[in-house]
Design a protein around this ligand. Sequence first.
Ligand code: AMP
Length: 707
Amino acid sequence: MSSLIGRTLGQYEITDILGKGGMSTVYTGYQPSIGRNVAIKVLPPHPGLDERFIERFELEAKTIGSLQNPHILPLYDYGKTEDGILYLVMAYVDSGTLAEEIERGPIPLKRIEHVVRQIAGALDYAHRRGIIHRDIKPSNILLDSDGNALLADFGIVKMLSNTATGITGTAVLGTPAYMSPEQAHGIEVDARSDIYALAVMVYEMLTGKQPFQADTPMQIILRHVNDPVPDLRLINSELPSEINTVIQRAMAKDPNERYSSVIDFAEALTNAIHQRDESRQVARESAPLQRRSIDNAPTEILSPATEIGGNVPTNPTPTGSTTQPQTVVIRESTNVFAILGGFGVIALAIVVVAVLLLNNMNNAAPPATQPATDVAVIPSEQPESTPEDVVTSNLPNLGRLRFGNASGLGDSLSLSVQNVSPATGGQTYGVWLLNTETDDILRIGELRTDASGFGVLAYTAEDGTMLPALYNALRITLEDDMEDMPQGEVMYSASAPIEVSHALQSIFVTDERGICDSDTECASLLDSALMEAAFAEQHSGLAAGSTTPGSMTPHAEHTINILSGTMQDHNGDGQAQNPGRGFGVYPALDLMEEAINNALDADAGNVDLQTNAESIRVCLLNVREWADEIVDIETGMLTVETDEDVQAVAGDAARAEQLAGHIITGFDANQNGRIEPFEGECGLDQISDYGVEFGNLSLREGNADAQ
Ligand code: AMP
């Protein structure tokens, strides 16, 4: 494509070129309506630009555009010109990328922790919405002027694969240096693939080197599939073994052996780093430092002494770590040359790699050590024969139902399917929600899939009802005509135990054991907890503002009684008072935990369910711990006898009031601007954010309940 500088795409004036990736070009642009600079990513031309492809591009762009997180590069807009140019308009960030920071030299552990926490938070946010990045690497982490990390290129790989394969190809892509074994195998990836790539990136931040280097991209891919991850301490003996253990687990060949979430990985890494923090150790301190020479000659490794003394470098050895990895999408098919033009040679090589992968999956390839270029593998539409052991178990591959919030909590859903058999012969797929206890059925609509079995369907309940609280199963039936009720055979389904719906109903909608204003109007357990927590905050505040024992001890008593739902005379003044609703925060927590445990017990061993429940459980635990600390503090305040005693506990009293606030709003413990589902961070408010996830379901073939 000739340069677009000087042209206008939509309302955006192209002013300069920022860089060229594997299959796309990034320009700086100017948006006159707002008077700001933007970055514009132009996708490669797509032959034909058929409607289906554009639909997918738009769907993907909308999905990325819906991601709102302080550490995800915002997508402002997207568009298509009359001559078929597809472009994405993003925030312009001008402080370089993490790849450049790695090139500059050793990165302190504290900085690594900072970046990983930010990126892990962003990824977790996306993963919880079912969006996988698929191309995590340092050059996709942009940095703002304060050094904050912004994850870029969400969904781009998917778009590029569509570009390369048209609408029918399945795509597995990424950048070989960061590619998980399952991605290399060409099977559907999930969040654990992003965890692998993030761990590769951390490895590189810690050592300055990528873990697997080789002469060719194919060899790198094979090494990811076959070779053990080299111990970090071989490159930097100063690094603690705990960090190596964390990286080894995050880069396990089997996704099941990795951390179950990116947050778990970030937490484990943080803990491992802190074993070491006191000594303010700098990563790669004792490792060879590397520097790119000014004339762009191959990267050189310098010993620390050479670096400091500024002497002529010794031991010139290419490392591969300073090349800018580009995502290139290549499809294993007979027409790769037509599709990829100039990439044909690499594509041919990739066909060989794919064959090697399929045939020699279990035969370790001898390692090589040369720099890598970056390509990705896309399997053919119909792989000839995939060995059984290539398919890793437990990877969701038919699709997922996710609940979300439109105007009410859990009142919308999105169903995405892949690899389903397209409905033929004039029949269509009907999608229904079902309550397996009452047999209530809700008609969601007709699901259309493309030739590769990919399809999405969204639905929002008009009355704002919480769908997963009413329905615990999904059915996809094959219908001649879409009627009000399903008539045809169940082809795909998903279900959770009915106790999940019961738990969601109690926690978020209503529970007669909660705070009731009448027989029929009872608040949910969460709302009941929030009401009581507001009283606790108010009264712990009154206790903290007290200057005499006579006013402090009654308020301390009130706070304890409100939290416990009791009416006891704690300060011994002959009056037992509870100015709250008498329900208590603890009893609400007990009932919420019980509801969740009932659901988990009903389908013990369902890992999906356990994972979905995890965030709520963490928040409930945080609230309980904060409440315990408040009760301890307020109990201590009951013993004050003089004004001096009151002054002496003033600091504790203020802390208790602060903790009562945390119970409601959560607490940004790591000060990254967000409250996450971490220990010590999320509170009651966040339970609504994560609660709907409890109802999410993975799709399976046939009728789940009949199997
Ligand atoms: P990419 O094709 O995504 O690897 O980007 C090519 C070049 O454009 C890289 O050097 C990036 O640093 C730069 N770039 C990409 N996106 C942006 C952005 N939003 N703001 C500033 N620079 C960017």
